[in-house]
Design a protein around this ligand. Structure first.
Ligand code: SF4
Length: 460
């Protein structure tokens, strides 16, 4: 009923387009036009493979985009050219495949979506439509794939320094989790989850970064710091101070955070953020805050998270720095659905309470560890997931105005649900999930049964 009403209103002449434009920087028609442009180059072309890069300096790894797994930055390539932090031979090979119309295996995230009935738009299209990508698509399409191409969107991790030990995290990007694994060893799951890889000499990569920085900085449209926890990292404050001294007025600068740092550190961050905005030292400043559901369940999934502290800091940003958009980074996993509507309600409340601020939702499906992927949920949870989608629709911009959920936000959850419905239930991973949960509780002193009563019993 709610869905039908929503669809009816959305189809009224002009309304759908208006809502789409209010909802995002570009309309779905625009993304379709980008799809056509990509298709002229090849049916697998994606600008993010050239222009969007994540680089982890401490462990010397990179990926493009953030969906495929990370790979090592070869030292022999770095010796020749510091830009090999991004332009690795491996990425160049994947780019050549795209230009030839082949599907790089590492981009399965997009192919799975595109293979659904009706071939929906995937991140390949959405990302290529972004203003850091679209203007360059034609030029990239005329390349051979062997060229060095500086990214226009760079996500950078200076270090893995982090105080949280989230359930799905990788010890190479959280120092606290690494300490846990050093003490207890990997988890006794079939794939020995949490196995440590050899430590790297991060110094070599950091040195290369500062050599590369003057060249890449002028090309960047988006620069995003990740971690570890960036607000624990001195280099984060150094970068912000650098922008104050030497502004980059065309740059969108973002920081990922778990919002769980001390008040003193948080104030240091918000004060620099305020100065950057006042001085117009960057075009836009954004914060991405991580949370996957609500209450005790969110705290179990992200060990060290306290929802009270998280929401206090989030609300401080929305209230005192409304010019800084905040996006909730949601890694949607098998444990997210049960209290997810409460998180959605909190988002609606924030949007109503702080109307001058911008609070967005960014959902990505978790794929690793595979025993926490949504496809382990039995189909008996269907109603629960449908309810979440219905909750989005019942609280859309059409019904609630500016504080409601956007077309893009609703479409994102539709895609997640469609993906889950198509997937056979991964019952073979239930054993690993049980093993993991028990060991996690033992190591962390948590109680899965208290946070998720009856969940394990339902896996049969
Ligand atoms: S995963 Fe998708 S969006 Fe990312 S690089 Fe591959 S095709 Fe592009």
């Amino acid at each position: 009923m709610v869905k039908a009403t929503y669809e009816r209103v959305r189809r009224l002449p002009g309304v759908g387009k208006l809502v789409e434009r209010l909802a995002q920087n570009f309309s779905l028609d625009y993304v379709q036009s980008v799809r056509q442009q990509l298709d002229k180059i090849s049916p697998t072309m994606c600008a993010a493979k050239w222009l969007q890069s994540t680089v982890h300096l401490e462990i010397g790894e990179t990926h493009s985009c953030h969906h495929p797994g990370r790979h090592k930055i070869p030292l022999e390539e770095l010796k020749v050219y510091p830009g090999a932090l991004h332009d690795t031979r491996r990425k160049k090979n994947e780019r050549k495949k795209m230009l030839a119309g082949e599907r790089p295996e590492e981009c399965g995230y997009c192919w799975k979506i595109e293979d659904l009935p009706g071939s929906p738009l995937s991140d390949r299209h959405y990302k290529s439509a972004e203003d850091w990508a679209r203007p360059f698509v034609e030029k990239l399409g005329a390349m051979s794939g062997d060229e060095d191409v500086d990214p226009t969107y760079l996500e950078l991790s200076f270090s893995s320094n982090c105080q949280l030990r989230c359930s799905y995290c990788d010890p190479s990007v959280s120092s606290a989790l690494r300490a846990e694994i050093k003490k207890f060893g990997p988890y006794p799951t079939a794939d020995a989850f949490g196995t440590l890889v050899a430590d790297h000499d991060g110094g070599v990569f950091t040195e290369a970064f500062w050599d590369w920085w003057p060249q890449v900085r002028s090309k960047l449209k988006v620069f995003r710091l990740t971690g570890g926890e960036p607000l624990l990292e001195e280099d984060t404050f150094r970068v912000m101070e650098t922008f104050l001294k030497d502004p980059s007025p065309d740059l969108k600068f973002s920081v990922n955070s778990n919002l769980m740092v001390s008040d003193e550190r948080f104030t240091r961050f918000t004060s620099l953020l305020e100065q950057l905005m006042k001085k117009k030292a960057v075009k836009e400043m954004q914060v991405f805050a991580s949370i996957d559901t609500w209450g005790e369940q969110a705290e179990w999934i992200r060990h060290g998270l306290k929802v009270k502290v998280f929401s206090k800091n989030l609300e401080e940003l929305l209230r005192d720095h409304p010019q800084v958009p905040v996006t909730l980074m949601i890694t949607f996993n098998a444990l997210s659905p049960f209290r997810f509507k409460e998180l959605l309600d909190y988002v609606l409340w924030c949007r109503q309470t702080y109307p001058r601020a911008t609070l967005k939702i960014g959902i990505a499906l978790l794929h690793n560890p595979s025993f926490m992927c949504l496809d382990v949920l039995p189909k008996s949870y269907s109603q629960q997931l449908e309810d979440i989608l219905a909750h989005h629709r019942a609280n859309s911009m059409v019904t609630r105005g500016r504080s409601g959920f956007t077309v893009a936000e609703i479409a994102k959850f539709e895609r997640i649900l469609a993906w889950w419905k198509e997937r056979p239930t991964a019952t073979e991973r239930w054993k690993d999930l049980r093993v993991f949960v028990n060991e996690y509780d033992r190591r962390k002193g948590t109680s899965f049964e208290k946070a998720f009563p009856g969940f394990l019993e339902n896996l049969q």
